[in-house]
Write a protein that binds this ligand. Structure first.
Ligand SMILES: Nc1ncnc2c1ncn2[C@@H]1O[C@H](COP(=O)(O)OP(=O)(O)OP(=O)(O)O)[C@@H](O)[C@H]1O
Ligand SMILES: [Mg+2]
Length: 346
């Protein structure tokens, strides 16, 4: 490849050159992928369709001033956003004209949208308990001022709402900490059987309260490179979910298994599974469960004091450990959350 085409080939995004005869003289592979093979040699009006881009090309051809415009495209069900840069270039007779390049802003736009959604979600989650608190404060200052029974009842509700806000702030901080460390791989040997044993001891009162039994056989040699506190957090949330959403009389089984070689991780691995026999989860929801604030039944989760951040934290911790989380469910027969982690090799 030579001439201007080789310059275009070296550019990081789709680009093409329109010559003084208004035809497309050169393109790079990204431009052909975006606009179709065979656009070279065509009049630009037949190859490009966005009116804003066509106007910019015509104007820049006339006054030689650079321009840019933003366009949205929707190809094969995928919405994309591009910033289109239009500039006059003159690098000799074979490389003269209007250079059009397409900077893909889709990922940046999506990240910005996620940030906006996140802020909206956090505000909403905080506002609900806050509104309740303010309502009760007003009642206690006014009508219920001398009603001791009402005061006791309202204070109990206020304490619960305040605890909920505290839990939310705690989970948000935890999520942001895990996210910021996600690229740092933890390297301390952690015995998963011991970690799960601790989790079971801590959750026994909750399980008893819900009439739920927990089965765990333990075992030797289930060691992974990890961060003990974070792995404990993972199993606390998974076992707690199994207890909370599994329903009364539920049985939660926690098992550990060795895999000589995990197909996805491509190395020896340990699988820790938490299985319950509750109502399960409709497969429809499974891909979204690890999104922040995603709940299958918002009302039920809130009632149980959940923030909807548990599985988002689990996923980030598992990612940080270079492992994976697999969720399977048979509606009506419970679900299994399997955490697969690389085995400690010393
Ligand atoms: N074992 C399970 N059985 C049925 N549904 C479940 C199970 N585990 C999780 N879910 C569903 O997934 C949702 C998300 O779980 P997640 O742990 O992220 O949030 P949460 O439990 O509501 O709140 P938190 O974990 O912060 O207390 C839950 O609200 C629930 O609807
Ligand atoms: Mg949870």
């Amino acid at each position: 490849m030579q001439g201007f085409a080789s310059v275009l080939a070296g550019m990081p995004f789709a680009a093409l050159l329109i010559g003084p005869d208004a035809r497309i003289h050169a393109t790079n592979a990204a431009a052909r992928e975006l606009l179709g093979e065979g656009i070279e040699g065509r009049h630009f009006l037949t190859a490009l369709r966005q009116p804003d881009v066509l106007d910019a090309i015509e104007e820049t051809g006339r006054d030689r001033q650079p321009r840019r415009t933003t366009i949205q495209t929707s190809e094969a069900g995928r919405d994309s956003t591009f910033q289109v840069h239009v500039a006059h270039v003159d690098a000799g007779p074979a490389a003269r004209g209007v250079l059009v390049s397409f900077e893909d802003l889709t990922e940046r736009e999506q990240a910005a949208q996620m940030r906006r959604d996140f802020v909206a979600n956090v505000s909403h989650e905080l506002r609900t308990p806050l509104t309740a608190l303010m309502g009760f404060i007003e009642t206690l200052q006014g009508p219920a001022r001398h009603d001791q029974a009402a005061i006791d009842r309202f204070l109990a509700i206020m304490a619960r709402e305040a605890a909920r806000m505290e839990r939310l702030v705690h989970d948000l901080l935890s999520l942001s900490r895990v996210e910021s460390e996600e690229r740092v791989r933890p390297r301390t040997p952690v015995d998963l059987a011991a970690t799960i044993g601790t989790v079971i001891t801590m959750l026994r009162p909750l399980a008893q309260e819900r009439g739920c039994t927990m089965d765990f056989a333990g075992g030797e040699g289930f060691v992974v490179p990890g961060n003990a506190d974070q792995l404990q957090q993972v199993f606390t949330n998974l076992v707690e979910n199994a207890i909370k959403y599994g329903g009364a009389g539920n049985r939660v089984e926690i098992t550990l298994a060795h895999h000589a070689r995990d197909a996805t991780l491509r190395m020896p691995a340990i699988q820790a599974s938490v299985r319950d026999h509750g109502p399960g989860i409709d497969p429809l929801h499974i891909p979204r469960l690890t999104e922040r604030f995603y709940r299958v039944d918002t009302h039920r989760s809130r009632e149980m004091g959940g923030t909807g951040l548990g599985l988002a934290i689990v996923k980030h911790i598992v990612n940080r450990h270079r492992g994976r989380l697999r969720i399977t469910s048979e509606p009506g027969a419970g679900c299994t959350f399997a955490v697969i982690l690389p085995r400690w090799t010393g």
